[in-house]
Design a protein around this ligand. Sequence first.
Ligand code: AMP
Ligand code: MG
Length: 660
Amino acid sequence: MSNGQQHNHPGARTGTRNHGVNTIDQDQFLTILSREDALAHFETALFPRAMPVEERSLAEALGFALAHDLVADIDVPPFDRSNVDGFAVRSADLANAGEAAPVRLLLNDEAIACGTAPTRPVLSGSATSIATGGPLPRGADAIVMVEHTQPQGNRAIEIRRAASPGQFVSYAGSDIARGETVLRGGTVIGSREIGMCAACGIAKLSVVRRPRVAVISTGDELVQPGQKLRPAAIYDTNGAIVSAAVAENGGEVKFFGAIADDEAELEAAMRGALETSDMLVLSGGTSKGAGDVSHRIIARLGKPGIIAHGVALKPGKPLCLAVCDGKPVVILPGFPTSAMFTFHDMIVPVLRRMAGLPPRSDAKVTAKVPVRIASELGRTEFVMVSLVEGADGLIAYPSGKGSGAITAFAQSDGFLKIDALADQMPAGTETEVTLFTPHVRVPDLVIVGSHCTGLDLVTAPLARAGLMVRSIAVGSLGGLAAAKRGECDLAPIHLFDEKSESYNTPFLGQGLELVPGWRRMQGIVFRQGDARFKGLSAEEAVRSALADPDCIMVNRNQGAGTRILIDRLLNGARPDGYWNQPRSHNAVAAAVAQGRADWGMTIAPVADAAGLGFIPLAEEHYDFALVTARRERAGVQAFLEALASDESRAALKRAGFTKA
Ligand code: AMP
Ligand code: MG
């Protein structure tokens, strides 16, 4: 099959293949393109294109691309000008001047200040007082600095050194000559360019008009930030993040809010948005769900229609790229991180070209990956990473938590790319990391392990003191492994050893020491007022739950200390919900609070925050494995001090933790 036909969505035109009537629904992901092919086809369909031009005042042209070459129509400076405070002279008069042969010049009856046009010529034997920036009078060809002259009364000066012709003179046009191209078309206007234009007297510039980009979020579940979240709804993250990213890359944003998954409503919104825009960016509705309709609408919006629906990217496979009557129309995947990666990788190049801006030049660093990263064969995969300093260079920790996690984006330093042809990146690989910010700032303290809200309380004074703390949540075991490899300063852990019935200490290896942290009361949570649990002990509560066949529990993952407690209480029973095994204390509380489960086990502060009833059972020990070799680092010392302080003891207590 020829690749030329392959990239067209079968529903977008009558292709060479023989499709049935339902081709759009059935085949939408059959023709997945590589990221390179998809981008190339998209760009071919859009460029070259006419760039709309507008005139903007100098100040308002900042950040825009100049539409045409800019030619100076005056000389800068406009006249021959003195560079110093001194006297305008004829250099020939001073040809023989020297220490032993002073030359006396009579002063002309004027002083040329800045902005004053001279009226008298400098005749042989005379000089005229002139200020820096003053225009050279007729006859003069050099300036003598005032420091190199002796006054002889009011009417004359004496000079004891020769002057070369042109000395301390800036000639007309020496900076910018009339007719010279001062700025090339395509130059992005910054403060320096604005300065050049101002010097030439240019008040208005022809610039490439910002592409007007309409942004629409789609989904019945979306609520705008600032409004109240109804059950099963989520906040519209993409609307805000895509709008900001459009503005960052030279587009003028018009945000149309979130539109429900209703074909007629969405089509009306898309047509309306496209009418007044140069580009339309939607998000959501690209996966194969019943409510996903936007790609069907695109096929009706204009020619040639869909260029790619399905790109071999991870995250971001359901990306849809289209061109409708010359305007790019894009559907980004719904998950915010997927939306952002595809936007930056596939849309930003096109948007910047439309805005006349050069491609982004993101800063890159080389770093080593400490763990093997699995990758799907056949898809270019982007993996967000946090950077920490290792013994011999930077280390890049994968920080993605699946394509739904927005925090990973905010907390990462950048991302690495795994080639479509690779099924993994082995541990120890040196790889290039593209930074989200222009520079890496290596943290002063690196904490890798299990996260706890108490940790933020203890590190608060460090942050106030200007220390940068990087905390990477990889769970207790992941933290221990990182500490053993020397990749962090501290690993917060809460690991229970069944044999010794004790926490954490049995897990420390060579080179690690225990720094006691705090205790977290674990117990059974239930919705306030649930008569099955109220007033009971933990053992009684579990018995009561087991006695009710309608009662659903929520468990914890294997390896969690909490799980061991639950299993003991259950004593071999496997009630409904046992196999629901979330990995965090918060997920347990959410499941119970929202009624997906009736009981579970979590820690007291989390139960409180969720407004749940709580039956205390046993304290969990949240401690730190400290890498002994890193104990003397300033960041570690600051942490140990903060941990021992009355301030953090009190803050921990207020939050429901007990300092060890
Ligand atoms: P979809 O492609 O519409 O099926 O969306 C995939 C996932 O992304 C779903 O979990 C959506 O709730 C989520 N999602 C879609 N749009 C947004 C948005 N604007 N903000 C946050 N999440 C979204
Ligand atoms: Mg949706």
